[in-house]
Design a binder for this molecule. Structure first.
Ligand code: GLU
Length: 530
């Protein structure tokens, strides 16, 4: 009996897994996902998370990852934003397969270069009666809003407006020919059930009566709005899954209706709306102000606002390792199913699964990111960290062979969370102290310290082998034979070498400094401190 039910359970789990894989794969369709930012400013860290999840999903399913620029809102266009976004992903190590700057067979990938394509699809909707032309001026719309509380352009109001539903065809034609600006609006049929099937949230159903006849196209700039361009491009680029932030969930029913209007239901992508990133305290949406208030960046790279000149800090300039940022972000809304935390990008690809994404918002606990940064400093080889540290050494006027830098890094890297903190933790390895820490002196430089340190120097000098491992037991023996206390003798020596009672194991320091420098520092301190 037990065996059968266990077997059954396994079969059920297996079937469920298969089903998940099937739905995540949309049958046999090739997985194609996109990250489609609008170049309206720097890329927010939430956007990086969205791109990362798309990347993981594409890699996991051997699919394609597209970089599309959604720049049809010319008023919000910010110069430099596109380059900033690309540079961010280069730094983070997230690679695209096609798109702006990468090429591909579905281009152009910048929406402002696809005007003609959109016009064709707008005309298709107009001809099919799924959309209509509206001439209402901003002033007329404003007047309606004042007249009707909670005014919305929809089935209940559209017949009171100036549009191709209320005007005769020749009137419409004349208005356009006379150069009147117009917009094209989607015609939403009220009272229909609109179902959004979301891979993370399940089925979300709304009634179309709550939706308004959104603008799809504006004659003024001959550009579509986000909604139309987004749907047309996802269709033409054969996007299989739309994985994006929760803030786009309210647009999803309209998007479903657009797919229906075009008759593209069969190839409609599967939606997955990712959970919101929450403030570190967990109450409400993460904002730039939280970063300013608590001292962490919300952008991958430093951003110089071209209009205001304001500078916003970035993770790169704040000395975070890209691997740490990626690992931290991966776990904001997803988990691998166990309590594993440190994962390489390849491991994440292996383990990634939209079913394991949560609906609930993810707290942006930036302290955890500091922890990740430390872990990645430990994980990386001393050589890798040395290469990052060397420019800092050089900025302090220190030029030494890379092997020396590597050894120094190995001695102290477990003490730091950031590469930039290495200098304060090991400057004494490269330059002799010119002052001594008050507190350390008070504790360890007692009356007989000069004498015991001088004796220790003589003993050390007499040793033929300077290797720390050889020296250590000999020094211990010597201390015991003298009846001195190890702590006192060794800490006094430490203060003379380091300038304070800090640092790694003392014989690692003497090893690093070598015989001559060790004795020089110790003897100099004896005379300087007496
Ligand atoms: N252009 C939108 C953005 O800036 C894209 C939203 C979507 O992925 O559909 O995020």
């Amino acid at each position: 009996m037990v065996k059968i039910s266990l077997f059954h359970e396994k079969m059920i789990t297996f079937a469920a897994q298969k089903k998940n894989e099937m739905t995540q794969n949309s049958g046999n369709r090739r997985v194609r996902v996109r990250f489609a930012p609008s170049p309206t400013g720097p890329l927010h860290i939430g956007g990086v998370r969205t791109a990362l999840y798309n990347y993981l999903f594409a890699r996991k399913h051997g699919g394609d990852f597209i970089f599309r620029i959604e720049d049809t809102d010319t008023n919000r266009f910010v110069p430099g934003a596109e380059e900033y976004i690309l540079e961010s992903f280069r730094w983070l190590g997230i690679k695209f397969d096609e798109g702006v700057s990468f090429g591909g067979n579905y281009g152009p990938y910048r929406q402002s270069e696809r005007k003609d394509i959109y016009k064709k699809y707008v005309d298709m909707l107009l001809e099919a009666g799924k959309a209509y032309i509206a001439f209402d001026t901003p002033a007329e719309l404003e007047a309606k809003r004042n007249e009707i509380p909670n005014f919305q352009y929809d089935a209940t109001t559209r017949l009171q407006m100036r549009n191709s539903l209320t005007l005769r065809a020749d009137e419409v034609k004349a208005l356009i020919e006379a150069g009147n600006q117009y917009v094209v609006r989607i015609l939403i049929e009220p009272g229909q059930e609109v179902e959004v099937d979301d891979l993370i949230r399940g089925k979300v159903t709304i009634n179309s009566s709550v939706l308004d006849d959104k603008v799809l196209y504006k004659s003024a700039d001959q550009l579509p709005t986000y909604h139309l361009a987004n749907i047309v491009d996802d269709h033409l680029m054969e996007v299989s899954h739309v994985i994006r932030g929760e803030e786009w969930l309210p647009s999803a029913p309209l998007h479903v209706l657009l797919y229906r209007a075009f008759g593209w239901e069969d190839t409609m992508p599967q939606f997955a709306h990712l959970p919101l990133l929450l403030k570190p305290e967990g109450n409400g949406k993460l904002s730039k102000r939280d970063g300013d208030r608590l001292g962490f960046p919300v952008f991958p790279l430093e951003w110089h606002d071209p209009k205001t000149g304001e500078i916003s800090s970035g993770y790169r300039e704040k000395d975070y390792l890209p691997e740490a940022v990626i690992n931290f972000l991966a776990l904001l809304g997803w988990n691998p199913g166990d309590d594993r935390e440190i994962m390489s990008l390849d491991e994440m690809v292996d383990l990634f699964n939209l079913e394991k994404c949560s609906k609930a918002g993810a707290r942006f606990n930036y302290q955890k990111l500091v922890w990740f940064n430390h872990e990645y400093i430990m994980l990386k080889s001393d050589r890798e960290i040395a290469l990052l540290f060397n420019p800092i050494l050089e900025s302090h006027g220190i030029k030494v062979p890379m092997e020396r830098v590597e050894t120094a890094v190995g001695l102290v890297k477990n003490r730091v969370n950031f590469v930039g903190e290495l200098w304060d933790n090991c400057s004494y390895l490269f330059q002799a102290p010119d002052e001594y820490d008050e507190k350390s002196l008070k504790k360890w430089w007692k009356e007989n310290a000069p004498q015991t340190t001088a004796e220790l120097c003589d003993f050390l000098e007499s040793q033929p082998d300077w290797n720390g491992e050889v020296l250590e037991p000999l020094v211990m023996e010597w201390i015991a034979s003298k009846g001195y206390q190890t702590g006192k003798v060794m800490n006094a020596l430490r203060v003379t070498l380091v300038g304070a009672a800090m640092g790694p194991q003392i014989f690692c320091i003497t090893d690093f400094l070598g015989r001559e420098e060790t004795l020089r520092r110790a003897r100099k301190a004896i005379s300087a401190l007496s």
